[in-house]
Design a protein around this ligand. Structure first.
Ligand code: NAD
Length: 511
């Protein structure tokens, strides 16, 4: 284990325009916010980096009002011109990738390679959205009435409320904002209170793009608690779409409020992801994929591998290889390029993990490796392997920490049933070299998740596909494919260019 390196963070903060104390709201200008100071803490040391003065309810009002006004103009910009603004956003992100990636690491604790990867994901999303800006296609249909034309078109929706989780503090904003922007929407971003600095830094980058292009303020920010910002935004009828990423309990509350006002919600919630390994699998691949998926980001990805189902013929060998691999994971300062696992985000996350392990033991689980907090500053734990029994209730919950539960099975059908028996439905995988097993897993009666992979781990999805999950994961889809449709309103148009007025379904109504 390494000790904290004395990274000089001043050049990173200076490049991104972060001060000791930053205003927490932007609506085209930075607002002198009047809320309490929110300190951003480096999980590697437990020490504050800088602070943000949070938005009050009055500050939030200034942000949403400006966003609604910006929408009025923005929706009239041709979509490819909006795409040009997003292209410049990608350019700015490229310029500041290194500093922003490191700020993600400082504030959230993921290793620097993953911090940089997260900014790369923003850039990739922006590039994808630029292409989308010329492909917001509607269908045309054949009308049953002569001399009629019927088609559908997609219009901008309005202001989108974007609520993000701490674990992808900047990429999730980009999943939403780049697509929303080319679709003609303005937005208000409420980031996690764990990661306010990265939100300020990203908004400063976006601010420069708005200034350079003369675009209205579509990328807005309000940092604050759920009383001043989160609650009002979710309940606000001026935000026709709320895109919220976070825990299932958060989604349940937000989804209810948005449904009550008949708004649209896009929910990206918790996962409890599994991999099934059959006797014929390539175990070298399994080892690499399972360790990255369970230990990467210190187990704090929505797609983190939490349950591994091993067929009996390879279970003993695979368990031993995993035990050794977990023991060799280099834990330490996430800024150190040699580190593979950084800290958890805060003290509560450490306590939640330790509590979950106590519960697991009471329910019959056996800790095979790890299980301890590290005795050093910051919020460090050991990656932990637990031999689990079927129907252990704790394995149906998402504990946001590096705990991997191991199960054994005889037949593939049994493994698929165990795999699908949890309330969440985000990401899943099978490792097999047997075509029938792979297809069985991908069939209608196979994995019930939004993502199903073969010989690839559960985490690290590409942005070209629609991302999201079923059941208590919330059903939302973001990023690629046709997920842009959620950010627009569909209009079906029928045009009569003839001299008659025939009615559909052959109805006669002659005056
Ligand atoms: P969280 O639920 O604690 O918070 C997420 C966001 O919701 C934060 O910005 C928070 O302030 C806000 N929030 C919470 N309650 C709210 C309320 N009542 N009204 C308005 N806003 C509210 O989640 P977290 O700890 O930041 O992130 C971890 C969780 O996010 C995990 O469950 C993880 O699986 C999930 N996640 C899911 C995805 C996905 O795409 N499915 C991606 C990343 C993270």
């Amino acid at each position: 284990m390494t000790v904290a390196t004395a990274t000089d963070i001043r050049p990173i903060l200076a490049e991104l325009g972060i001060e000791a104390e930053n205003p927490g709201a932007f609506n085209g200008s930075w607002i002198e916010t009047g809320g309490e100071l929110l300190h951003s803490v480096d999980p590697n040391t437990g020490e504050p980096i800088a602070a943000v003065r949070q938005a009050t309810a009055e500050d939030y009002e200034k942000v949403i009002a400006a966003s609604v006004e910006a929408f009025d103009e923005w929706r009239t910009w041709p979509a490819p011109k909006r795409g040009e603004v997003v292209r410049l956003l990608a350019d700015e992100l490229r310029k500041h990738k290194d500093a922003l990636g490191k700020l993600v690491t400082l504030e959230m604790g993921k290793i620097v390679s993953e911090g940089l990867g997260e900014v790369q994901e923003m850039i990739d999303m922006a590039d994808l959205a630029v292409g989308m800006s010329r492909q917001l296609y509607g269908l045309s249909m054949h009308s049953e009435r002569p001399q009629h034309r019927m088609y559908e078109q997609w219009h901008p929706l309005g202001t989108v409320g974007i609520i993000t989780a701490f674990n992808f503090p900047v990429a999730v904003w980009a999943w939403n904002s780049t697509v929303a922007a080319v679709c003609g929407d303005s937005m208000v971003w409420k980031p996690s209170s764990q990661t306010p600095l990265t939100a300020v830094a990203v908004t400063k980058i976006a601010e420069r793009v708005l200034e350079a292009t003369g675009a209205p303020p579509v990328f807005n920010l309000a940092i604050g608690d759920r009383h001043a910002v989160g609650g009002p935004l979710v309940a606000d009828h001026r935000a026709p779409l709320i895109s919220a990423t976070g825990s299932t309990s958060m989604g349940r509350k937000i989804g209810t409020v948005v449904a009550e006002r008949l708004g649209r919600s896009l929910l990206e919630l918790g996962g409890n992801n599994g991999i099934i390994v059959t006797d014929d699998a390539d175990l070298d691949l399994v080892l690499r994929a399972a360790v990255f998926a369970s230990v990467g980001t210190a187990g704090q990805r929505c797609t983190t591998l939490r349950r591994l189902f091993l067929q009996k013929g390879i279970a003993a060998e695979m368990t031993e290889r995993l035990r050794q691999a977990f023991g060799s994971v280099r834990i330490g300062d996430p800024m150190d390029p040699g580190t593979l696992m950084g800290p958890l985000v805060n003290r509560k996350a450490v306590d939640d993990m330790m509590n979950a392990l106590e519960v697991a033991k009471c329910q019959g689980g056996e800790v095979l490796y790890g299980g301890n907090e590290l005795d050093r500053p910051g919020f460090f734990v050991e990656p932990t392997l637990v031999k689990a029994k079927v129907h252990m209730p704790i394995t149906c919950e998402e504990t946001f920490a590096p705990i991997l539960y191991l199960f054994e099975f005889d037949e593939l059908d049994e493994a698929i049933e165990m795999h699908n028996s949890v309330p969440q439905g985000l990401s899943s995988a099978i490792f097999t070299l047997n075509m029938r097993s792979a297809e069985r897993f991908l069939a209608t009666t196979g994995s019930d998740c939004g993502i199903a992979n073969v010989n690839i781990g559960t985490s690290g999805a590409e942005i070209g596909g629609a991302f999201g999950g079923e059941k208590e994961t919330g059903g939302g889809r973001e990023a690629g494919s046709d997920s842009w449709k959620l950010y627009m309103r569909r209009q079906t148009c029928t045009l009569n260019w003839g001299e008659e007025l025939p009615l559909a379904q052959g109805v006669e109504f002659d005056l």
